[in-house]
Write a protein that binds this ligand. Structure first.
Ligand code: SAM
Length: 283
């Protein structure tokens, strides 16, 4: 009786975003030994493998068009107990690149998932930006249509975390103009260009300055835009706080709920608001 096949292993492999030397030893090993390498573009990954001295490795195209059909092939191979590596054209699969759905499907089918971490433009730009790194959010690519872009940016206007965006060269100037309109011209921004490559550049300044720079110089290459989060609103005076708490209590909300809502919105310790609310409630 043959043993039941043990589950397969899906390995997400980070590849360089510009500098071949950034490929890790573990990544090379995974690419050298996997039964199959799923990739966005077989020619591009073929070139990378060739540079690594790994010719003739079995490749399977897995991009947005083939994810469904070839994703099924990957799952079959995993079901046979094989190891399948997944790479994107550059950086980490799943970060503005295919990978997420395959990981979910492999996990749901009970296969092991591992990550061979590697470079990714989002973290590379963030840590080099000099902007706050303690809390940040990744927004990927903004919508192409300006109306949708402005609507998304309006939602982010009060976002306090550092925000990281990917942008294509021909949309960089309009995106920076819209960012300046949505967040104000003085908000700090760092535009990271051609990271890890020969012409790596860090443009640092204000959104208005960046929009003017991008419009006049039309810089080429790949870009990450890192934008400082919104400043916290000024602390309310004692009178303002009392008025807001009184208005909150007048709606019939509980002392606890009023304290929580105002503390979060005004960035005031919850205990401070709670004490004011309790005092007003007791008259
Ligand atoms: N999966 C990749 C990662 O982990 O970063 C991102 C893929 S996404 C399709 C490509 C975008 O990432 C580019 O348009 C650019 O915004 C950003 N990017 C990738 N490589 C970059 C580089 N070397 N310098 C600056 N931005 C880069």
């Amino acid at each position: 009786m043959s043993a039941a096949p043990s589950g397969g292993l899906l390995v997400l492999v980070g590849t360089p975003i510009g500098n071949l030397s950034d490929l890790s030893g573990r990544a090379r090993e995974a690419l050298a030994t996997a039964a199959l390498i799923a990739c966005e573009d077989t020619r591009r990954t073929g070139r990378l493998l060739s540079l690594l001295g790994l010719d003739k490795r079995p490749l399977l195209r897995l991009d947005d068009h083939t994810e469904l059909s070839n994703g099924a092939v990957v799952l079959e191979r995993l079901a046979r107990g094989e190891t399948v590596a997944v790479v994107s054209d550059a950086g980490l699969p799943g970060i503005s690149d295919p990978g997420e759905r395959l990981v979910a499907a492999a996990g749901a089918a009970g296969h092991r998932v591992e990550v061979g971490p590697g470079p990714s433009a989002v973290l590379t730009a963030l840590v080099g930006s000099g902007l706050a790194t303690a809390r940040f959010c990744f927004e990927g690519f903004l919508p192409r249509r300006q109306a949708a872009r402005l609507a998304q940016l309006a939602e982010l206007r009060d976002e306090r975390r550092t925000m990281v965006f990917y942008e294509s060269p021909h949309r960089l100037a309009p995106a920076l103009t819209d960012l300046a309109a949505a967040f104000g011209p003085e908000r700090r921004v760092v535009v990271a260009r051609e990271l890890t490559k020969l012409h790596e550049q860090w443009w640092r300044g204000t959104l208005a300055g960046a929009a003017a720079w991008a419009a006049t110089e039309s810089p080429k290459g790949e870009f990450v835009v890192v934008v400082a989060g919104a400043e916290p609103p000024p602390a309310p005076s004692d009178d303002e706080l009392e008025r807001e708490v009184a208005a909150g209590l007048a709606t019939g909300a509980s002392v606890k709920d009023v304290a929580a809502e105002i503390a979060a919105r005004r960035d005031v310790p919850r205990r401070t608001v709670y004490d004011v609310a309790l005092r007003l409630k007791r008259g």
